[in-house]
Design a protein around this ligand. Structure first.
Ligand SMILES: [Zn+2]
Length: 272
């Protein structure tokens, strides 16, 4: 049996909880940068745009949409019984992003000199290696907590213009707080990378939470964990600093779901 449904009416400002036929439930926003948790206890396999995504024993799965995600996506659920297919055509709402200008950065941090190219390349390889690691767990993470208390000084998706030069869009959430403020893991997981002294990101930690979810903590002062450590939700992993390219002490938090950078605020929204 082929079941088709269209998610058509999703408002950007509202928090959605949707129930479809065949007992699939969704919680979250179908919007660029959005995060959605689904549940279907009859599911055997799940595909988002033909890419398989992880499924928990209880039928939970999570997916997200990138900053510039196209306006449509297709979610396919293969059911345990007779390999029945459920097909959902998802309409993805567009997001509006801010333009942020930051001036007064040291010119070498905006356009690094050739003497830094090697270091930047090595750093990139290090992050890539950490991001390739996986954490497999039977515990589906249902809640996510803010990693630090502070003021949101930069939001997801902004187009950044540094010293007048147009740069890559801002991919995370900046939380400004005094140096030394505690940083906590947003959920339980495995430390995939803990490294100091990277050119752009400074001191960095990446944690895998299973089901394709990863959190990245940048510009840290101290790091209290090492690669391979298992951490609990809320466990202190280090402190806020201004290492790497930062104009003041803050935590830059990136959230990845299946290697797609999503809006951290929309991940926290599904925990409320
Ligand atoms: Zn940032």
């Amino acid at each position: 049996m082929l079941f088709k449904a269209t998610v058509s009416l999703i408002f950007f400002s509202t928090f959605t909880f949707t129930v479809f036929a065949e007992n699939t439930t969704f919680i979250g926003k179908f919007v660029q940068g959005g995060v959605v948790v689904g549940k279907n206890i009859t599911a055997k396999k799940i595909f988002l745009d033909d890419k398989e995504i992880a499924l928990s024993n209880e039928g939970y799965f999570i997916f997200g949409f990138g900053r510039d995600h196209k306006i449509k996506s297709e979610l396919k659920i293969i059911q345990k019984k007779n390999n029945n297919k459920l097909l959902y055509n998802l309409d993805i709402e567009k997001s509006n992003y801010k333009i942020e200008r930051i001036d007064g950065l040291a010119p070498k941090m905006v356009t690094p000199g050739p003497e830094f190219y090697k270091k930047i390349k090595e750093d990139r390889a290090l992050i890539k290696k950490g991001m390739k690691k996986r954490y497999n767990t039977n515990d589906f993470p249902h809640t996510f907590i803010m990693p630090a208390i502070g003021r949101f000084s930069g939001v997801y998706g902004s187009q950044r213009i540094l010293n007048g030069i147009k740069k890559n869009p801002h991919g995370g959430l900046d939380i400004a707080a005094p140096q030394g403020t505690e940083i906590k893991s947003i959920a339980g997981g495995l430390v995939l990378l803990a490294e100091k002294g990277l050119y752009y990101t400074g001191n960095i930690v990446i944690i895998g939470h299973g089901y394709g979810i990863k959190s990245m903590y940048i510009h840290m002062e101290d790091i209290d964990v090492k690669e391979g450590d298992i951490v609990m939700q809320g466990q202190k992993i280090g402190t806020i600093g201004m290492t790497g390219r930062a104009t003041g002490p803050h935590l830059h938090l990136n959230i990845y779901i299946n290697n797609v950078k999503v809006n951290p605020e929309l991940l926290f929204a599904i925990s409320k």
